[in-house]
Structures are given as structure tokens and as C-alpha cells.
Design a protein around this ligand. Sequence first.
Ligand code: ADP
Ligand code: MG
Length: 220
Amino acid sequence: MSGKFITLEGPEGSGKSTQAKMIIRHLAELGVEAMYTREPGGTALGEEIRNILQHNQAGEAPCERAELLLFEASRNQLVEKVVRPALQKGIWVICDRFMDSTTAYQGYGRGLPVEEVKAIHHFTVNGITPDLTLLLDLKIKTGFERIAQRFLELGESADRFEQEERSFHERVRQGYLTLAEEEPERFRVVDAAAEPEAVSVNIWKIIEEEFLTGPKCRAQ
Ligand SMILES: Nc1ncnc2c1ncn2[C@@H]1O[C@H](COP(=O)(O)OP(=O)(O)O)[C@@H](O)[C@H]1O
Ligand SMILES: [Mg+2]
């Protein structure tokens, strides 16, 4: 049986990285092999692109469409080098951000035409679309409060996206919710405001229902 491909989406600080790791731990307890990866990045080339995108490594901010294509380059590398081979071996892939991030940030956030952005994804992912996308929905203010706390604790500094104005992030959040409404089969919206353990319980219910006990599971 091929592995399942689950992506985590949502605004900054919504708990994607935290929950991705909890999902993998949970799956491991059931003896299901799962791997974590993230976007942009996840491959050597992708991590280089991540540096360019998030920290202005080239000393010049990318133009809007160049930015989008850099994300897509990183994504295709991840799909072909990591995601497809893992799924073929039966390994589940839990990906911290994927194509919907680009639609939300570059499409809804920056204002690039959403349908064109989606068409580019179709080309990039080359048949590898998520079996399930968990949208961790959270008020922008709450997400930023969490991140500010992390900065204080770890001495990290904000990346190019975290520095965007509030209205940009509000458009991103609404964009994500629109995507979830358009594709209810693939998306599940999770309230990310609760404690990490409570969010994890809700996510696990969804995964069980989708893949371990529900009708889709029995159909396999
Ligand atoms: N449900 C939660 N409630 C409170 N704080 C959280 C929760 N989930 C994560 N955090 C904390 O908020 C910060 C951002 O979480 P993270 O998982 O890195 O979010 P993301 O990957 O979506 O940006 C981290 O410091 C993390 O420990
Ligand atoms: Mg994260």
C-alpha cells in the first residue's frame, strides 16, 4: 500500500511544526512509518532556496513572480526527491506547508492571480497532491504573540514574511479559508487556538476517520 501524504497549512505561529511532529509520534506508536519534511526546503537545493526566500540571502528581494517560481522550484525538488519515493515505499509524509501556502501567500496575500498560481502548482506537483490538508486556523494576533514569545526565548529574528503588515496576513488567513471551502474533500479546518494537546486530539480524530477506520480505509 502506498503511504499517505498529509500537509499542514495555516498562518504563522498556528502550530504546524508542533503538530507535524506530534502526528509522526502518534503514527510511530501504531507502527506506521512516517517522515517529516517542510517547505520551502526539505532537500539540499530546497534549503538553499529557503535561505534566499526567507532571509534575503542574495541581497535583493525577489520580484513577486520570481518569488513564486523559487517556491515552485523548491517544491518540485521535494516532490521528486522525497515525497514520491517515500509514498511509493509506503512511508507516510507529513509536510509542514505545501502548495496551498503559495496560493495563500503569493495569490491571496500578494495579489497574484489565484487561478494562474494553481495552474503552476499543477505543473509543479506532477501528480502528487495531498491526501489530506489540515488547515490550522488561528487569529493573526494570537499567532504573532506565540512567535514573539519564541523570539524572546530563542533569540530568533523575524523572516521576510513575518515582517509583512497585518493586512497581508489577514488576506492569507481568509485565502486559506476560501481554499478549504472550495475543496472540502481534501481540507479539514482545525481550530488552532486550544492547547497543543487538545489540537492534537482533534487532528488525530480526523486522521483516524480518514485513513485508519473510516469508509476510505475500508474501501482499500
Ligand atoms: N496550541 C498551541 N498553544 C500555544 N502555543 C503553541 C501552540 N502550538 C504551538 N505553540 C507555540 O507557538 C510557537 C509557534 O508554533 P509552531 O509549531 O512553530 O507554529 P508554525 O509552525 O505554524 O509557525 C512555538 O513556540 C510553539 O511552541
Ligand atoms: Mg513552523
